[in-house]
Design a binder for this molecule. Structure first.
Ligand code: GLU
Length: 377
């Protein structure tokens, strides 16, 4: 695991409400400043960072003069809308102090379940990372309240790790990590340094399936690690106030509990594509495109497409076939079948003239493309 973090190129860091707001005393400038300094230093090393931060409700409550968390969800959602302003303001200020640009992104689970929105969110985030901007993500609490009710953004952290195909998810919390039992009640509770993400024993340790799933307890973190492992990301749960925690983790130091993903990133992605058995359509490509895809690992451009089959939407999984009809690859289409018919055989510079807008220059970006197993011989 120490290797995983040391070599991780793309890291999602998630911080919970109590850390961000110092137990509800308002956005903690010093703590956020500390993480931002570390994020900037990691960016300097060539890593790509995404911050998933809670704390909007806690900050909003303070601004509204509420001393206890309101029972009604609509009031919590209103507090989140107020507090989000202060939260992003703090990240923006602190990241700028360290020479980094930031962006606010509000997401919901439903956004990521919808293929078109999934692809839009993914390409926006990947574009931000390519521009060396650090996205600061929270749940869009106005329209949904899953994390308010259950997760304190643990699940969102994992979904974001899946979305950007992070190498690692670091969940910073007010505990040192995961114990085999509640250390306050069981003195012989053992600290878990390392385990396999998704091991059912972890769920037992973190509270068991039958226990009430509180907001952001260990159970939501263990489940987040399992979810992150689905796309090949390993998770570390560590104390957010540990000095230089992010820098030390990235240097390979063992801190907190590591929940390691068993499946490698590429295999996980391939599996996901293969599992999308319901192909919505296909494109037949010319020999030039076959070579670019198979031999050079390039994206599929509209110019290589000679025929469009079926009816698909942006974000659907489609097959890419060669002239003889053999499946060459599968990938997420950036354009619908109707659009693809209009841009097929055209250079990407003509997409705008053909459609009136450009999503991306590629029909399938290479990061959304999985080559089919080459046949022997
Ligand atoms: N998205 C919420 C926030 O940022 C989740 C955390 C919570 O429920 O306190 O405040």
């Amino acid at each position: 695991m120490t290797e995983v973090l040391r070599q991780a190129r793309r890291i999602v860091v998630k911080v919970g409400s109590s850390l961000v707001t110092n137990e509800g005393r308002g956005v903690d400038a010093e703590a956020i400043g500390n993480w931002c300094r570390q994020l900037a230093a990691l960016a300097e090393q060539g890593r790509e960072l995404v911050m998933v931060s809670s704390g909007a409700i806690a900050e909003g409550m303070l601004r509204l003069g509420w001393s206890t968390r309101p029972k009604e969800l609509r009031e919590q959602q209103a507090a989140a809308a107020v507090g989000q302003m202060g939260l992003v303001q703090m990240y923006e200020t602190k990241l700028r102090e360290h020479g980094m640009r930031s962006a606010q992104v509000l997401l919901t689970h439903a956004d990521l379940a919808d293929r078109e929105r999934y692809l839009n969110a993914r390409s926006t985030l990947l574009t931000l990372l390519a521009l060396q901007v650090i996205p600061v993500i929270n749940e869009n609490d106005t329209v949904v309240n899953e994390e308010i009710k259950f997760g304190d953004n643990d699940t969102l952290g994992a979904l974001v790790a899946n979305l950007v195909e992070a190498d690692a998810l670091v969940i910073l919390t007010d505990q040192r990590g995961l114990y085999s039992a509640d250390p306050r009640k069981v003195p012989q509770a053992r600290f878990i340094d390392e385990a396999e993400a998704g091991d059912p024993a972890l769920e037992q340790m973190a509270g068991g399936a039958g226990s009430s799933i509180g907001r952001g307890g260990m159970i939501t973190k263990v489940l987040a690690a399992k979810r992150a492992a689905g796309s090949g990301a390993s998770t570390v749960i560590a104390w957010g106030r540990e000095p230089d925690v992010l820098l030390r983790l990235a240097a390979g130091e063992r801190i907190g509990s590591a929940l390691v993903a068993r499946t490698a990133k590429l295999t996980a992605r391939k599996q996901w594509m293969v599992d999308h058995l319901q192909l919505r359509g296909a494109v037949i490509v010319d020999d030039g495109a076959v070579q670019k895809l198979r031999d050079e690992g390039k994206s599929l451009l509209p110019i290589g497409v000679v025929e469009v089959q079926g009816d698909f939407q942006r974000g659907d999984v489609i097959a890419v076939r060669g002239a003889v009809g053999k499946e060459l690859a599968r990938g997420l289409a950036n354009y619908s079948s109707t659009e693809t018919r209009l841009i097929a055989r055209k250079p990407s510079t003509q997409i705008e003239a053909a459609l009136g807008y450009v999503n991306e220059p590629e029909l399938i970006h290479r990061t959304n493309l999985v080559l089919s197993q080459a046949e022997p011989g």
